[in-house]
Design a protein around this ligand. Sequence first.
Ligand code: 5RP
Length: 215
Amino acid sequence: VTTSDDAKRAAARAAAELVENGMTVGLGTGSTVAHLLPALAERGLEIRCVATSNATEKQALELGIPVEPFAELDRLDIAIDGADQIAPDGWLVKGGGGAHTREKVVAAAAERFVVIADESKLVGHIAPPIPLELLAYGLRATLRGLGEARVREGAPPSPDGGVIADFIGAVDNPAELAKRLADTAGVVDHGLFAAELVSEAYIGRADGSVERLTF
Ligand code: 5RP
């Protein structure tokens, strides 16, 4: 067990306490969320959940947490997910696991979007790589349009069939870059999450302490 694992677990367990009986819950993806699911299962709540990846869905079902397709619910009470970078103003980079498109849909649908992470994810400034999901159709042309971007080696397609890639150019202004990426034809979605989406972040430390940041 690494210290970063202890830190992730501490953040995940603190966030699990935010979930209440009867809530609709969005479950993120990654190694920090992998600690959230057992903590949630232990609470034995009656909740309705959607999952942002097949891996999360599988782990949740194994733990007895019900997961339903995200087609019928039109909003969520809470979503809890990890992040690759957390800037001081609340902007995030997500998609290290290639799940950012679904993660953004879930975060945007949630009344409260809670980020869980160890302190290594706190950054002074957002930096590349910025994860991308691209349509396979016209892939080379989309990459050309993006300029500094490359397909992520060894990454499986997203659950929706998209190609996982990364933007590797400079990030001067995350809001401007987010708009440019979103405006590029062939980009399904990118891993920049605006601070407006984020309610709070629980940052775990190896000693088991957890700091709550609001933006
Ligand atoms: C997956 C994600 C993850 O939330 C992000 O990569 C953080 O992962 P981890 O909790 O394993 O550090 O965005 O697409």
